[in-house]
Ligand binder design. Sequence first.
Ligand code: SF4
Length: 319
Amino acid sequence: MNETYFDIISKKEDITKIINSNRLDDRKRLIDAEAYIKNLIKHEKRLVINDNKSLSVALWFLKCIDEPQLTSRFLIDQRDIFKNYIINISKEDKFLDYIKGLGIPVIIENNIYKINLSFFISYNKRISGYKYRLVYQDIDHGYITVDIEVFSNIMREYIVSRLLNIYNSIDKLDALDAMKNYNNKIESMKIEFKDSIKKYTPSGKIRWDNFPPCIKAYINEINDGGNPAHLARLTLATFLHHIGMSNEEIVKVFSGTADFEENSATYQVNHLTGKISGTEYSPPKCDTLRSNHLCFMDDDPLCRQIKHPLQYYIKKRLH
Ligand code: SF4
């Protein structure tokens, strides 16, 4: 089933054939893609898309809807589906061939996984936990030995990066043109999504509307029960601290993470904000977030004028 990820349509002429087709199987693909996105918006029971064409249509719908947080929700959903798939087939005979077919630089022998170092460090940054820090790894001839949990999480991030590259390669105007017969549906999905995220907005003097897209995306990932990458957590905590949120409020923002543990979160927040460390950390620059796939600027015009997430907040407040 997850061979689908490797054959996603990124060319306008190819997607247009499906969109404008009268064939029953193509009509069904449109219906499935729309149902999938609606479920994603409502956080309802997960729908799994089993073929590359339906998944492609869903991705093109997302490009037209153009809500970075919804795209991020899609990536999280597909990431988790792919991880489960990897774990489920890891005991099957076809597993080695499947992984080799993807071109992943890994050696698998007797349930021991040896990942190529450069592959590991391309994807470990988004995962929290000591098992993913390079300093804890035994490196042998350029390979790191990991268990299936670590391997599947690295693969999970690999698929996110792959899907994101495909998404970014699609031109928005091409997408809107290809899907022009579905403008009404796209608009109503967009409105539905905007309504659905209102309940997640922080209250009080903090202005959610002024948050940059990256910070909104991290908060949405948390509210979706995800586990944002280590650097995303650091960025979020330090950003919220610098705009005046108390440490207790910051810990509350993190309470939706799948691996939330209050004492540990409080310790981390107190450390980053200087309460126990004496050093008040700042959020990283946009360049750093971008190179770690943690920038969700999309076509936000203000993002093009700034170099730091805090600049975004300050500029927005002045307008
Ligand atoms: S450009 Fe900067 S502020 Fe905007 S989303 Fe990217 S990292 Fe965040």
